[in-house]
Design a protein around this ligand. Sequence first.
Ligand code: AHG
Ligand code: MN
Ligand code: MN
Ligand code: MN
Length: 323
Amino acid sequence: MQTFQHYLQSQNQVAPELRDTVRSVVSACLNISANVRLGALAGVLGEAGTGNVQGEAQKKLDVIANQILIDELKQNPNVAGLASEEEDDFVACHEQGEYLVLFDPLDGSSNIDVNISIGTIFSVLKRDKTVSGSLKVEDFLQKGAQQVAAGYVLYGVQTVLVLTFKHGVNVFTLNEQGEWLQTHENPKIPEQTAEFAINMSNQRHWEMPVQQYIGELLAGKDGARGKNYNMRWVASMVAEVHRILMRGGVFLYPKDNRDSSKAGKLRLMYEANPLGLIVAQSGGKITNARENMLEIQPTGLHQRVAVVLGSAEEVERVRELHG
Ligand code: AHG
Ligand code: MN
Ligand code: MN
Ligand code: MN
């Protein structure tokens, strides 16, 4: 089996500086993984007692994972700057660096203390060199389609690294020696599925098209869709995306009528775009229910969006219902 190190070395079509940037992210994730694995034994569970710019209470591991990534990336001269779900503003790193790294250091925070899969999600953008001067927030506000690499590490039953340089997707599994070995090449999300993921407890807040869509699925074999659908909800987007990558499915986190969710819950830059690139590179689709997610022009680092992703036929049906 090919190691991640060999894989990176063999990617001659990818700039060495970009490969090195991704190497740093993955190295930080290995360190995060060690903390995740030990849990209570390392004293990393529970609340941090602080809040983030998203208005969320931070868990200790949100803060630890964020700091591990920042420390690692600051050491890499190829990194011009970074942005994180857990940081109010972007952090400038190396003036000569060519790459910007955006991340959700710990996705699925509500699952940390109950030993359910969580992950780290990352997105890499190239800094536009034609814009001179010091790093600005605008440098980060690039469409998802402009990402040059994206991926995640899932701290699950197995620890897996899923990565794309936009030439397909590769999956690596962490062994006992701390090496990543390639275990899947170019997984493909089937076009059709009979499995959906949505937080049903929000049903009363959903807008009409989402009510209608989920109604169709729940109607089962005798309804308009003519088949019985099963449902899963992990509450870690990274784990839902991994399930969909491995066996298909559709995931929705719609915007709804509550003041707090008018724009959606998930973050465009740290969650939707990187996971969207993985999904798109695997033959799946991702939308905010109206537009292709990867073509949305971002207006803010912490911008929230509605998310519908996964098997093409279902994502298309949701779009259709949104008119
Ligand atoms: P994070 O832990 O990074 O803040 O993200 C959690 C997100 C996402 O991973 C998951 O799909 C969703 O929140 C779960 O939300 P509910 O608790 O509303 O189900
Ligand atoms: Mn959070
Ligand atoms: Mn998240
Ligand atoms: Mn997070």
